[in-house]
Design a protein around this ligand. Sequence first.
Ligand SMILES: Cc1cc2nc3c(=O)[nH]c(=O)nc-3n(C[C@H](O)[C@H](O)[C@H](O)COP(=O)(O)O)c2cc1C
Length: 407
Amino acid sequence: MRVERPPFSGRRIVLGVTGGIAAFKSIGLARELTLAGSAVDVVPTAAAFEFVRPLSFEALTGRSVLSDLYAPGDPLLHIRLAREADLVLIAPATANFIAQAAAGMADHLLGCILLATKAPVLFAPAMNDRMYTHPQTQANLARLQEIGYHVAGPAEGLLAFGERAGPGRMIEPDELMEWAARSLTGETPLSGKRVIVTAGPTREPIDPVRFLGNRSSGRMGFSLASAAWRMGADVLLVSGPSPLRTPAGVRRIEIETAIEMADAVRRHLNRSDVLIMAAAVADFRPVSTRDQKIKKQGDSIPEIVLEHTPDVLGSTMSLRKPGAVVVGFALETENPIENATKKLRDKRLDLLVVNDAGEPGAGFEVPTNRVTLLHASGQREDLPLLSKDEVAERILERVAQRLVAGE
Ligand SMILES: Cc1cc2nc3c(=O)[nH]c(=O)nc-3n(C[C@H](O)[C@H](O)[C@H](O)COP(=O)(O)O)c2cc1C
């Protein structure tokens, strides 16, 4: 089933496939790009045909695979493809092709397209780790970035033949889709802005094996980090324990306690343009943590005395960069709007996202959310039930508007 989604709908993508073992993954990638609504022209190098056949691509994209620079009947194929493309994506990109592109060589169709296009160009390197770390390859990759091309990955992990686990593996198609989405989105008010997103729960230790925690999964914060990165931001995700995969392109700092979260935010806040506090930070923590596991002793029940944790938003207010946009989250179980309005004012927020924990499909441990947005101006927006990814996009649209208004 075709599930069209912006920014892929109606876009033209040249998918360059070069002669590496990871070429089989580009078959899945061609399928994902097509399902998302793009017209995908697959342009393999001659060596790529040693690894994959055109038929798989043609069946999945519904378009002819193109590789012949001198194909009869279409002498300006390379110029047409270059001009019509919204994105040129090279996946996998071999060491050889990276060297050719760094030198501007154009002895085949893909090389000519690269030189003739004005579209964003994204490389996904894939090779043996020694080939990748070779100073020549590193210099070539640096040159590609100087030219303005984007380089996604590589990842670390098992390489071909399963024998080594160094850098060189092509990043997976789902992550490459995120990179492609960022390239296709183009310039936004968030481009180049530094964004901190906090996410997930905190854990306040009681003893070495027990803690006070909460039900936050981290999903809302991870969706926000991912959406901010797709909109061009440089994103730091400060996350409590969460099994979720770090979104593409996002730098993640892992913390456990509210104090560690406040420290991490404090260290990076003065350089940040946007702070989004989506984490469910504990309000209380045990006054002391036992060194040893508390033992069960007869009927006696241990007493755990609690104290307040530091207020991350309050305690870091003075560190905010002038003009920084600050977004808070409030999860309320009673009088949500009344309590949230007070928080918006007390914490000097630009936007407060209010979750009503009692709402079906909203809050913790579910992929959807129904939120109300309270703006510093007093405006109130009740959003419908949406996926957390969609909620994240709506929130970031408001953040983008604030950034533009503040310029
Ligand atoms: C089995 C096999 C696997 C290969 N895998 C890779 C690879 O993953 N990455 C790479 O850079 N080169 C790899 N090569 C070498 C390339 O195929 C070779 O450099 C070729 O000239 C690349 O051509 P192209 O860049 O025009 O596609 C591999 C070669 C063989 C025989």
